[in-house]
Write a protein that binds this ligand. Structure first.
Ligand code: SF4
Length: 337
């Protein structure tokens, strides 16, 4: 009983000191440089930042899907207390889809154009044994169970007439509907975490809202924790309850989403907010000057220093530590020492 209670109290995901590198002919790309965060059951965490800040590499690291020759060089990824970095390849295949599922940015390149959507959803159920183990004489019953499950999933993600549409191919669906099918595949085994990498970027605003509403319903109904990678602070504000701002492979600020967006502490977060329109404000939009740094050639000091309005000489030479504040917020900047 105590053991059960203890396991219920464990965070669903705990990432500590995670570092991922990609060797290239130009040098080692330090894509993820020691990130830490905790995801509790039912949390929706936004990971925000510009392209090239390590957001997608962080998600792929958590799923242990970093393409060769990239590698995780340090850190820990604990799923319900179990260290995923010690799992064998076969054990990880059992976790992916079943406990942690990923929704990618572009459904057109993720769905297989040669298979009916119903087949692609039921594949996930078969891989994780949710439809196997029946004696041969029950194969027909198994097929009926499979069909019913696919119908249920399509209905849950709002695909009309699933009894007909499960037989169609991806090209017969709009972009929004394809993204719903990807979410149905992700949901097939009722994962405890969904990792969504820019799931609405390829969609128009109306469909974007529908997909986010759907993910919110899933979160509320099943207590599924969600990590949403996005460069859109508006989407993060509307949908998430925690935020982690990434820059140059590090989390430079994190906390409750309302606090981070209403009183940003890190100059990078402040710059991001100055560069997007805000409802009720007519301020001029000011982009952050300069580019994200070359991750093969980082300076010894703060990686944001060349673009920072508040930088002082100290910043160029000394890397700022992560500062933990009283209200659960964290910031990586010398100004808050
Ligand atoms: Fe700017 Fe210095 Fe803070 Fe870096 S440490 S964000 S350069 S003030």
């Amino acid at each position: 009983m105590d053991a059960v209670k203890k396991s219920e109290e464990l965070p669903v995901l705990q990432v500590s000191g995670l570092k991922t590198e990609f060797p290239t002919p130009r040098g080692i790309v330090h894509a993820v440089r020691g990130i830490d965060f905790t995801l509790e059951k039912g949390d929706i965490l936004a990971i925000v930042g510009e392209s090239g800040c390590g957001k997608s590499a962080s998600l792929l690291s958590i799923m242990r899907l970093i393409p060769h020759p990239g590698r995780i060089v340090e850190g820990s990824i604990k799923f319900e207390g179990k260290e995923l970095l010690r799992f064998s390849k076969a054990e990880m295949r059992g976790v992916r889809g079943k406990d942690m599922a990923m929704v990618f940015q572009d459904p057109m390149t993720t769905l297989n154009p040669a298979y009916r959507v119903g087949e692609q959803i039921s594949e996930s159920l078969q891989v994780h044994g949710l439809l196997s183990g029946f004696p041969k004489r029950l194969l027909r019953r198994e097929r009926e169970k499979e069909r019913a499950k696919v119908m249920e999933l399509l209905r849950q993600v709002g695909i009309p007439s699933p009894e007909h549409r499960h037989l169609e191919y991806p090209y017969q669906f709009s972009g929004g509907m394809q993204q719903r099918i990807l979410i149905a595949i992700a949901l097939a085994c009722r994962p405890k975490i969904i990792l969504a990498d820019e799931p609405t970027t390829a969609l128009d605003v109306t469909v974007q809202a529908q997909v986010l509403d759907l993910m919110q319903e899933i979160n509320e109904e099943f207590g599924t924790s969600i990590i949403l990678v996005t460069h859109d602070l508006g989407v993060a504000a509307e949908f998430c309850d925690k935020a982690a701002v990434m820059y140059a492979g590090q989390i430079v600020e994190s906390g409750n989403i309302e606090d981070v967006l209403s009183s940003p502490l890190h100059p990078y977060t402040q710059g991001l907010l100055r560069s997007i329109p805000q409802i009720g404000q007519r301020n001029e939009l000011i982009p952050i000057e300069g580019d994200v740094p070359d991750l093969t050639d980082l300076s010894p000091g703060c990686s944001f220093a060349p673009r920072c309005r508040d930088a002082y000489s100290y910043c160029n030479n000394i890397e700022p530590p992560l500062i933990v504040l009283d209200n659960g917020r964290e910031v990586r900047c010398h100004l808050h020492m």
